[in-house]
Design a protein around this ligand. Structure first.
Ligand code: PMP
Length: 395
């Protein structure tokens, strides 16, 4: 079979190899990126879906507008306005997961050979998605405070990128949080160099002790001209349920119109059944309490994991201390003459009964082979403690 040439730009992810091993009985997995299913507000979502079918069956079971179910768009816009961003319902479209928003950005913005800047490391599916459209994806280094803005500016000058993709708040896989100063600087760069910045924010609500700085979307009000070069992707996946497959994108009018046109050829509209359900769920007022439960559980799990990493692995490991989100990003330091090869370490971990994800695939360029990702989100505390002990054995 002669497949399209664009497939040559992507390879199946190395991460899948790890996931194949997860069927091993008794394995404790820090490898997944799933939210904890035990925390889904099943009762609330069930009530909302019944409401959707008893009150709005004609719409919920029908095709719908490509841009999304209007009451839901209004609710999303109103939530964003409550965060200080001037967004009207017409300035966003509902997407089938935020993953579809990324795909639509690839479709509408990327021509073969275009440069795209991403954080090193970043969400693997984004790298793959933009590569599928022929992008030459380049990593910009990050630290605990997010992307290094001075290097970012140099890279903008050098590469003249088509777009810059960032996860400013509790990155996947980095767990990092971009500081307020850097957020403002990025918006200035967007306006100055007239380059589209994509803010992907599925984790921003999952903060532990204090809310993160305002989003780029909110801050764009303060930086003249920046909103014209900003797209914002949000998602219900980590705060309500990924099974809804619902996300959204706020973008400048022309970009939004083109994205909606491409969406028409892709899925015509996101599921009306889940959109009406999500809308009823938001209207029920149950989300804030459900979200608080998730925040509390993830915060405690993160603390337990960090405490035991410190105790059991000590200076063999460096990691970002997340202030929210689902991930700890770690690096083998080689202290005491140990190996810094994280792929080999992860493999030994699986032999000892614990799984993590090697970090290399999360880099588009400038790969750091000493890194790996762990998620605490779906693992109960006793399992976290046992899993970290096994990691120490693997070391
Ligand atoms: N962006 C990031 C950074 C993610 O981690 C994920 C999912 N893990 C997505 C987008 C896609 O999420 P969804 O399509 O479920 O909204």
């Amino acid at each position: 079979m002669h497949f399209a040439q664009r497939l040559q730009n992507v390879e199946t992810s190395a991460i899948r190899e790890i996931f194949k091993l997860l069927g091993t009985p008794g394995i404790i997995s820090f490898a997944g990126g799933f939210p904890d299913a035990a925390l889904f507000d099943v009762e609330g979502i069930n009530a909302a879906s019944q409401q959707a079918l008893s009150q709005h069956a004609g719409q919920a079971l029908q095709y719908g507008p490509t841009e999304g179910y209007m009451p839901l768009r209004e609710q999303i816009a109103s939530t964003l306005r409550a965060q200080g961003a001037a967004v009207q319902a017409q300035q966003l479209i509902v997407t089938t997961g935020s993953q579809q928003a990324l795909d639509l950005l690839g479709k509408t913005m990327v021509s073969p050979g275009d440069k795209v800047l991403v954080e090193g490391p970043t969400f693997l599916a984004t790298i793959q998605c933009f590569r599928l459209y022929g992008a030459d994806v380049v990593s910009v280094p990050i630290d605990q405070d997010g992307v290094q803005v001075d290097v970012l500016e140099q890279q903008i000058k050098e590469h003249r990128p088509k777009l810059i993709y960032l996860i400013p708040t509790f990155g996947n896989p980095s767990g990092a949080m971009l500081t307020l100063e850097r957020r403002k600087r990025i918006l200035e760069l967007a306006a100055q160099y007239k380059v589209l910045v994509v803010e992907d924010n599925p984790y921003g609500e999952l903060y532990f002790d204090a809310p993160p700085p305002p989003t780029l979307l909110t801050l764009s009000e303060q930086v003249p001209g920046s909103r014209d070069y900003l797209a914002y992707c949000g998602s219900f996946s980590k705060v309500v349920s990924p099974g809804l497959r619902l996300g959204w994108m706020v973008a400048p009018d022309a970009l939004l119109a083109n994205a909606a046109m491409c969406k028409q050829f892709s899925d015509a509209n996101s599921s009306m059944l889940t959109q009406v359900t999500a809308s009823e769920y938001l209207a029920s007022g149950r989300l804030p309490a459900a979200l608080q439960r998730v925040q509390k559980v993830y915060a405690e799990r993160a603390r337990v994991m960090m405490r035991h990493l410190d105790e059991c692995l000590g200076d063999a490991l460096q990691y970002t201390a997340p202030q929210g989100g689902m991930f700890i990003w770690a690096s083998l330091t080689g202290a005491g003459g140990g190996s810094r090869d994280a792929a080999a370490f992860v493999k030994r971990g699986v032999e000892k009964g614990v799984a993590a994800v090697p970090g290399a695939p999360f880099f588009a360029t400038h790969v750091d082979h000493s890194t790996f990702r762990m998620s605490y989100a779906s693992v109960p505390e006793d399992k976290i403690i046992e899993g970290v002990k096994r990691l120490a054995q693997a070391l």
